[in-house]
Design a protein around this ligand. Structure first.
Ligand code: ATP
Length: 747
């Protein structure tokens, strides 16, 4: 790999585009003071990503852009392009040429390009780091900077040497590992804190989970109890349902039958025998019989009277008749007596005076009439006899007629008596019938009552049973909430149903109570929650904790491997550093001897004790002050024939020679791809210039060299010489020149 070309435009004094072709191993840039040679070295720093304006002799970005002159206008941008030959693939990219470009504007914006593509500064830095070229690296020695290494503190010197030895990469790696370690430790703390945070939650959840597990085993137990209880209950309910139903049906039928029989019996019983037609007929018949008997008796009396009258008439007829005797018929006498008897009878029961008086008056008149009739009538005895005979005949006829009537009446009476007896028998039999019906009715009513009671009992039991059925369904529902859908599996419980039905219900009640107790315990433990969410949360949290634990373990492992890596890197760094120092010292001594014609020079690792700052003032006590050692590099020189030991005692030239010897020694041990030396040889006398020239040639075997010089000797060692001039327009111009011209130019 080598630098092929450098293109500068608008950068500092290079207002116009100038291209340096650095194809040779040693290129030299010459020119008068102030012509812009150092600007070329700065252009190199610039394009390689230098961020320090100071190291490019600027205060602001604008200072890097051509600022104009009397004749030429200022530029608004500065651009530098460096092109490397990468055929040997030193840069790990698949291009024969690698060109890096940087462009800045007056607004301080900065752009980078890699083979024409816009990239970030980081990309450029990384690419260059891969070939050990740093922006402010040791490979560009600015004017007057050659003895910088001698002026630096031991610590900075060490840093510079490490950089030159290409050991910075270890520092980066260590720093990077440290950053990672810090980040890892931070992550560890975070993970630990998270674990600490969730630990009480896990503890709490674990308790909950234990409860859930307890609840699960209770639930299993409950399910077992339920299976038996529900199965038995179902068998019982099914049997009872059928039994009650059948019983009700039977009772209904019996009641209906009984009711019907009762209605019938009641209707029979309700028959009023006294009002029956038979009874009416009996009463009529009895009435008729009575009347007939009275009529017969009346007839008997009439017949008796008639016979009496016949007897009296007959006796009167048989008696000798006296003329003076008035012949008064029995009929007339009887009529009079009867009339008076009745009339006086009425008067006797009356209190009415006028009426009584009337009766007395009428009685007197009638008796008067009778007497008159009796006194006044005179008739022939024979006539009278005849009349009596006739009278007797008439009486007999009347009597016989009455006897016949009585005979008929006797028949009627006999018939009526037969009828009355018949009717009495019928009525009696009816009465007996009613009595039977009454007895039956009584019995039926009792039975009816009993059936109604049984039905009521059946109803009560059915109601109770319905409640039991509701309770059964409710039990299944409640159980379902506690044990889930498994509750529906209770019918699979195997049971001797016959035996189950014979069992005392108290046993089942005992089971129910047991179930109740478990239910209460379950509800106490779990409330209404199934616990699934608790389990899930517990599992999630434990998983999270395990994840964190695993992560912590991984982090610890990676922290440990980072520490190991850092230790290893430090060890490698130290080893390589010490190795580098040894090698540098060998070269340094040689170059030093060469430059000074003897003497020795070496780099020595020094340890500076430093007080460690304590974080707290209060706790700090002198005994506890800690010290840490800081490694640095001291430069020890022994000039030939002189007793000079310290660097500060060297002359300017001696200092320059010492730093060149050191610079070249370092470059020889770890040759950079290219080395820019800006007037490093400025302080050398002619003899030393030759030695310097020899060293340049020697160094050129390992690194490409770009030397800015006024030194003729140095110029003579270059393959290409560029002349930089500046005219009245204050613009640096570039010209490729021959050695003679260069020598001339340098004077
Ligand atoms: P010497 O041999 O004395 O070291 P040199 O050739 O190295 O000189 P430089 O230091 O490279 O010269 O150039 C300095 C010149 O560049 C000065 O003339 C300065 O005015 C000019 N210069 C620096 N910055 C700018 C800028 N931004 N615009 C224009 N010119 C600039």
């Amino acid at each position: 790999m080598r630098v092929k070309s450098l293109e500068i435009s608008g950068f500092k004094s290079f207002a116009r585009k100038s291209v340096f072709e650095f194809g040779a191993q040693v290129s030299s840039i010459v020119g008068p003071n102030g012509s812009g040679k150092s600007n070329v070295a700065e252009a190199l720093r610039f394009v390689l990503g230098e961020q320090s304006l100071k190291s490019m002799r600027g205060k602001r970005t604008e200072d890097l852009i051509f600022n104009g002159s009397k004749t030429v206008e200022r530029q608004n941008r500065a651009k530098v392009v460096i092109t490397f030959d990468n055929r040997d693939r030193t840069f790990p990219v698949d291009f024969d040429e690698v060109s890096i470009a940087r462009e800045i504007h007056r607004d301080a914006s900065s752009e980078y390009f890699l083979n024409g593509s816009s990239v970030r500064l980081k990309d450029v830095v990384e690419l260059l780091a891969s070939v050990h070229i740093g922006a402010s690296g040791h490979h560009i020695i600015s004017q007057g900077e050659a003895d910088r290494i001698l002026n630096a503190t031991p610590r900075d010197r060490r840093a510079m040497i490490e950089d030159a030895l290409g050991l910075k990469v270890y520092h980066w790696k260590i720093a990077e590992s440290e950053k990672k370690l810090i980040k890892t430790e931070q992550n560890m703390r975070e993970s630990e804190s998270l674990r600490r945070e969730i630990a009480p939650h896990i503890k709490f959840l674990k308790k909950q989970v234990e409860k859930v597990e307890q609840a699960r085993s209770l639930r299993d137990e409950l399910m077992e109890l339920y299976r038996e209880y529900l199965k038995r209950e179902e068998v019982y309910l099914s049997y009872t349902r059928t039994k009650l139903h059948t019983e009700k049906q039977e009772l209904d039928v019996s009641l209906r039958d009984t009711s019907e029989a009762l209605t019938k019996a009641e209707s029979l019983r309700g028959h009023n025998v006294g009002q029956s037609p038979e009874n009416t007929a009996l009463l009529d018949a009895r009435g008729e019989l009575g009347n007939a008997r009275r009529e017969r008796d009346e007839l008997g009396r009439k017949i008796g009277r008639l016979e009496g009258m016949i007897e009296m008439e007959t006796r009167r007829l048989d008696r000798p008749v006296e003329s003076a005797d008035k012949m008064i018929s029995a009929r007339e006498s009887e009529q009079l007596a009867q009339g008076l008897y009745e009339e006086l009878g009425y008067a006797e029961s009356s209190e009415d005076y006028l009426y009584i008086k009337g009766v007395v008056s009428r009685t007197r008149a009638r008796v008067g009439q009778f007497l008159e009739h009796l006194r006044g009538g005179t008739s022939d005895v024979d006539t009278r006899r005849e009349e009596s005979k006739k009278e007797i005949e008439g009486l007999k006829d009347e009597r016989d007629a009455l006897i016949r009537t009585r005979g008929e009446l006797e028949n009627t009476i006999t018939q009526l008596e037969v009828r009355v007896r018949e009717l009495e028998r019928v009525i009696e039999s009816k009465r007996a019938e009613t009595t039977d019906a009454e007895r039956a009715s009584f019995e039926l009513r009792a039975k009816n009552q009993e059936l109604t009671m049984k039905l009521a009992l059946n109803h009560d039991r059915t109601e109770h049973f319905t409640r039991e059925e509701v309770a059964f369904r409710e039990e299944i529902r409640e159980g379902g909430i506690l044990v889930g859908r498994m509750i529906q599996e209770y019918p699979s419980f195997s049971l001797d149903e016959g035996a189950a039905l014979l069992e005392d219900r108290m046993e089942q009640e005992g089971r129910r109570k047991k179930i109740e107790r478990i239910k209460i315990r379950l509800e106490d433990i779990m409330g209404s929650s199934s616990g699934e969410d608790v389990m899930r949360e517990y599992e999630d949290t434990v998983q999270r904790d395990e994840f964190l634990a695993k992560e912590l373990e991984d982090l610890k492992a990676s922290a440990e491997s980072l520490r190991v890596l850092m230790r290893e890197l430090e060890e490698t760094l130290n080893e390589q550093f010490k190795d580098g120092i040894t090698k540098i010292n060998k070269q340094f001594s040689e170059f030093f001897g060469l430059m000074f014609g003897g003497g020795t020079a070496s780099l020595q690792v020094s340890y500076e004790k430093k007080k460690k700052k304590s974080d707290t003032e209060i706790l700090e006590t002198p005994d506890e002050d800690e010290e840490e050692s800081e490694e640095g590099i001291e430069v020890a020189v022994h000039l030939p024939h002189k007793k000079i030991r310290g660097l500060q005692m060297l002359s300017g030239g001696e200092r320059a020679l010492t730093s060149i010897a050191l610079l070249f020694a370092v470059s020889q041990v770890n040759p950079p791809p290219f080395l820019v030396l800006d007037e490093t040889d400025a302080a050398l006398d002619e003899a030393n210039s030759r030695k310097y020239g020899d060293m340049i040639e020697n160094l050129a075997k390992y690194s490409q060299l770009i030397v800015i010089t006024h030194n003729r000797e140095t110029m003579s060692r270059a393959n290409i010489i560029y002349g930089v001039t500046m005219g009245a327009d204050a613009i640096s111009k570039l010209l490729s020149i021959k050695f003679e011209e260069a020598a001339q130019m340098a004077k």
